[in-house]
Design a protein. Structure first.
Length: 382
C-alpha cells in the first residue's frame, strides 16, 4: 500500500535499528486513526514494532473515552498503546500544546524510540500557510508542518524526530480510507469552534472550493520550496563549530535570521524562538568585530571571521535533573569539561559546577541538520 510518504524511506533515516519501535501520536480523529491503520499494514510488511500514544489533556470529559477507543483499536490489531494524562493547570492552548509534546517526548524516550509519527495532512499545511500569510510571513516558511523536524520540546525531545508522512494527503482521502474499512473516528468539538483562527480558515475554505483548490496547488509548490530551504539550512549547520566548553562559533561571516534563531535556542538550552523580526534587526547591528547584542536568551558577538554565540548571563540556569544541566550539558563521568581557567571567558558563567559534564549543543545541531536534510522527493510517494 502506497499512501502518503514512503514510510520505510522516512523512518529509516531516524530509526535504523529494526528492533527499535516506531511511535505514533493517535488522538482518535480521522487523520491520526488513518495513520494508525496505515502504519499497522506497513509494520506487518516490514516487521517493525509500533507503539501508539494518546494524550488526554483533561480539557473535556469525553477525552478519556476517546483514548479508550484508540486503545481498543490498538488491542484489536495487536499494537501497544499508552494513554498520557496531563494533570497540570491548563491556562492556555499553547500550554496544552507544549504539554502534549512534552508528554509524548518522554513516552518516546521511555519506549527507546527515536521518531514520532503524526497525522498532519495537506489540509493542515494549507490552513497553516494561510494563517502565516495573514500574519505577514512570505516565502517557503509559509508551508508548515514540514515532512520532518526536530520534536519541538527541549530537552525532553532530545534526539527525537517528528515525522509527518501524510503532509501531501487530503483529509477527505483519509476519511474515505477509514469508511471503506468501516472504521469510526471521533470529531473533537473544538475543531468546529469558530473562536479558533484555524477553524475559521477551515470553514472559509469549505465555502470557497475553487479557492481551496488553488491554495492546495500553491501550497504543494511551497512545500517543495520549503524542503529546499530546509536543506540549505542543514548545509549551513555543517559550518557551525562548538567548543568543548559550549561556545558556539560560526565559520562564515554570513548568518541568516533563521539560522541565528536556531543557534540562539541551542546556546540558551531552550526551545523558544526569538521574537519575530528582532533577529534580523539584531544581526544588522552587528557590523564590526567585537560588537555584541543579546536576544532570545543568547548573546551574539561579531568576530573577525564570523560570530561567537553563548548563553545570556542574565538568564538563570535550569537544572532539569542530576544528569542534565541547563539543556546544554549532560553528566558524563568520563568527560573532562574545561575548568574555569581553561574555558573561554565568554562562557565561564554558563558552565556546570564541576568537570564531569560534556556539552550536547553539538549533538543538538547534528540532529537539527539531519532533520532538515531529509530528502523530500525521495520520501514522498504521492
Amino acid at each position: 500500500m502506497r499512501f502518503g510518504a514512503d514510510f520505510s524511506a522516512l523512518t529509516d533515516r531516524f530509526s535504523l535499528d529494526s528492533k527499535q519501535p516506531v511511535a505514533l501520536a493517535v488522538s482518535g480523529g480521522s487523520d491520526s486513526l488513518a495513520l494508525l491503520f496505515m502504519c499497522h499494514h506497513w509494520a506487518k510488511m516490514t516487521g517493525r514494532s509500533l507503539i501508539a500514544l494518546t494524550v488526554d489533556h483533561g480539557l473535556r470529559p469525553e477525552a478519556k473515552f476517546e483514548a479508550a477507543a484508540v486503545a481498543a483499536h490498538c488491542a484489536d490489531i495487536g499494537i501497544q498503546h499508552q494513554t498520557l494524562c496531563w494533570t497540570e493547570p491548563k491556562p492556555t492552548q499553547s500550554a496544552a500544546r507544549a504539554a502534549r509534546y512534552r508528554l509524548l517526548a518522554r513516552a518516546v524516550q521511555d519506549a527507546e524510540a527515536s521518531c514520532l509519527l503524526t497525522g498532519h495532512t495537506l489540509d493542515d499545511v494549507i490552513e497553516t500557510a494561510l494563517i502565516r500569510r495573514r500574519r505577514g510571513i512570505r516565502g517557503p516558511m509559509q508551508a508548515g508542518p514540514a515532512l520532518a523536524a526536530p520534536l519541538p520540546s527541549w530537552p525532553d525531545g532530545r534526539g527525537i524526530a517528528l515525522l509527518r508522512p501524510l503532509v501531501r494527503v487530503r483529509r477527505t482521502a483519509l476519511r474515505t480510507f477509514l469508511k471503506v474499512r468501516d472504521i469510526e473516528w471521533v470529531d473533537d468539538p473544538s475543531n468546529d469552534n469558530p473562536s479558533f483562527e484555524r477553524v475559521r480558515v477551515r470553514k472559509f475554505l469549505a465555502r470557497h472550493e475553487t479557492l481551496a483548490e488553488m491554495a492546495s496547488h500553491a501550497v504543494m509548490t511551497l512545500q517543495a520550496e520549503r524542503a529546499r530551504a530546509d536543506a540549505a539550512l542543514g548545509e549551513d549547520l555543517a559550518k557551525i563549530a562548538v567548543r568543548a566548553d559550549g561556545l558556539i562559533e560560526t565559520l562564515s561571516p554570513a548568518l541568516s535570521p533563521r539560522l541565528a534563531g536556531l543557534l540562539a535556542r541551542c546556546a540558551s538550552g531552550s526551545d523558544r524562538d526569538p521574537r519575530g523580526g528582532a533577529m534580523g534587526h539584531m544581526l544588522a547591528n552587528l557590523t564590526t568585530a567585537g560588537s555584541r547584542q543579546t536576544l532570545g536568551g543568547a548573546w551574539f558577538q561579531r568576530t573577525q571571521s564570523g560570530f561567537a554565540i553563548g548563553r545570556d548571563p542574565a538568564t538563570g540556569h535550569r537544572q532539569f535533573d542530576r544528569t542534565l544541566f541547563d539543556g546544554r550539558y549532560v553528566r558524563d563521568p568520563r568527560a573532562k569539561l574545561p575548568d574555569q581557567n581553561d574555558a573561554s571567558f565568554l562562557v565561564r558563567h554558563a558552565l556546570p559546577g564541576d568537570r564531569a559534564w560534556r556539552e550536547i549543543i553539538s549533538e543538538r545541531l547534528a540532529h537539527l541538520r539531519h532533520c532538515y536534510l531529509t530528502p523530500f522527493y525521495d520520501c514522498i510517494s504521492v
